[in-house]
Ligand binder design. Structure first.
Ligand code: SF4
Length: 512
């Protein structure tokens, strides 16, 4: 064997060794019974054509590689942003293993959440017993301050009643009667992780606000929404609030949960919005959502409580940050300080310095509905041209909104908006109408491989690059960070095109 205790190889090198290569070839030959290499190449070529594109875009009966996750993933992310709150999913263990691994792979941190471990018997007889045992075990073993219950497909298909189950668990003494257990139904066969986030947040706030009457104060609530960059972004928000002297509460703040220090102490619950803060949030004078499409239901509920609400779409870049800060200033009466004005100027300066390398560059953007809007605005600000804008979890109303944003700039003239389309559809778009670059999540790497169009990883999830989420994308500082990420890719491409001495290394190769 090519591997021994004296020579342990990483799998990347190991499986290239002849023993493994022969084994793979034998497996293909003896067991896979596939088509010939010629036939596969012929069909693969056809999938790049306009003929295939039309069929692919007309496809409705099946989804292939959607750029979204299911509702409970968003629900558990939302619950993890509250101090001491344990996300508890009523459903099968495999689903929760997926949520945990998805979040852990992105943040490179443990993701604390549990399931009621429903199996075949629960699918037939209902999951009440699982809920009772699960709540009792979670309360006893993990000592949370609250347990937030969401559901998987299985619990929803059989119609388990969360409220009745939680009440029964309390009546049977599994958990104390006054122990907080907010809940939300999060059926995965509709919506996405954004809706799961929204449902859970509405469930949590409604639970803690149920018996409260608002006594208005001067505070502002800010809801970040589902954000893979929450670690950098929530801290950036707090920094800006500090500079402005704004008394703001971030509702669901998982920044510290997904960025715990390695100092010898395991933190199952690290900071986050406290239950007292969640209760006090009913008294705020207004609530701002950073992501409209993650908070539609929650904002509706908050509005019904008499609070002013405002929703942004992943404010990224100069104009969007301006709007956010001006709204904050208007709501609080606090002026925008000189420090932020200087940061703005520096971002404008950086954009101007690099504009020649971005002007006219074409982009495909895929991701969550708010991310797409924020990114498209920023691209047009730097003179780039969005051509395909795709949200697997976007709908027609979203598409209309994106169109209006695109229509506000000549750089949006060529763009097409694709609500509800998956990444297999994006592949067809890229083969038939290629762009210079793709912006999206790690799942775009297969598009990059297939089409040769470089990918910039800027949305959720990012598995195959590390620590991007520790840096902000919001605010002027965040705009700078996004600008640098895009420019780095542009310069890497330029370098790869000018790398043969005396042949193509023309024009100031070193001094761009
Ligand atoms: S879609 Fe349903 S079955 Fe799949 S992980 Fe989500 S909850 Fe589980």
């Amino acid at each position: 064997m090519p591997q021994s205790t004296d020579q342990i190889k990483d799998h990347v090198a190991l499986f290239k060794d002849p023993e493994y290569q022969e084994m793979f070839a034998r497996k293909r030959e003896d067991f896979e019974c596939g088509h010939s290499a010629e036939k596969i190449a012929e069909v693969a070529e056809w999938t790049k054509s306009w003929d295939y594109r039309e069929k692919n875009l007309a496809r409705t009966a099946v989804t292939v590689n959607p750029a979204r996750a299911c509702q409970p993933l968003g629900a558990t992310f939302c619950a993890s942003g509250f101090a001491g709150m344990l996300p508890f999913v009523h459903g099968s263990q495999g689903c929760v293993a997926y949520f945990r691994s998805h979040l852990t792979r992105h943040f490179k941190e443990p993701s604390t959440q549990v399931s009621s471990n429903m199996t075949e018997d629960a699918a037939v007889f209902g999951g009440l017993a699982n809920m009772i045992d699960g709540l009792q075990n979670s309360y006893t073993l993990y000592k949370p301050t609250a347990i937030a219950v969401s559901t998987t497909c299985m619990a929803e298909v059989i119609g388990d009643d969360l409220q009745a189950f939680i009440t029964t668990a309390k009546q049977q003494g599994a958990i104390p009667a006054d122990f907080p257990v907010p809940s939300a139904h999060t059926p995965s066969f509709t919506g996405s992780h954004c809706d799961g986030y929204d449902n859970m947040l509405e469930g949590i706030l409604s639970y803690f606000w149920a018996d409260l009457t608002p006594t208005p104060n001067e505070k502002i609530n800010v809801i970040p929404g589902f954000d893979g960059y929450c670690v950098g972004n929530n801290r950036e928000l707090k920094r800006m609030f500090g500079l402005m002297g704004v008394d703001a509460t971030i509702i669901s703040d998982p920044a510290d949960i997904y960025d715990t220090p390695a100092d010898g102490t395991f933190r199952m619950y690290a900071e986050g919005t406290t239950i007292e803060e969640a209760k006090d949030a009913i008294n705020a004078k207004a609530t701002i959502s950073m992501q409209q499409y993650c908070t539609r239901k929650t904002l509706g509920m908050i509005k019904n409580k008499g609070q002013a609400t405002e929703a942004f779409n992943y404010p990224l870049g100069v104009a969007a940050t301006d709007e956010f800060l001006m709204k904050l200033s208007e709501m609080t009466g606090k002026p925008i300080p000189q420090e932020l004005a200087i940061e703005r100027g520096r971002l404008v300066d950086a954009m101007t310095d690099s504009q020649a390398y971005l002007h006219g560059k074409t982009f495909t953007v895929f991701g969550d509905p708010d991310f797409c809007i924020g990114m498209v605005r920023f691209l047009m600000e730097v003179g780039a041209e969005p051509v395909h804008v795709v949200a697997s979890n976007g709908n027609k109303a979203w598409a209309k909104k994106v169109k209006a944003v695109l229509d506000s700039s000549p750089f949006g003239a060529r763009a097409q908006v694709w609500p509800g389309k998956d990444l297999w559809a994006v592949r067809s778009l890229l083969f038939t109408e290629p762009t210079d670059l793709i912006i999206g999540s790690s799942y775009g790497k297969y598009l990059e491989r297939d089409t040769g169009i470089p990918l910039i990883r800027l949305s959720f999830p990012i598995f195959d690059r590390h620590h991007h989420h520790r840096f902000p994308t919001w605010g002027y500082q965040g705009g700078l960070q996004v600008l640098v990420r895009i420019l780095d890719k542009v310069f890497d491409i330029l370098d790869s095109q000018t790398n043969v001495a005396g042949v193509n290394d023309i024009s100031f190769d070193l001094t761009r």
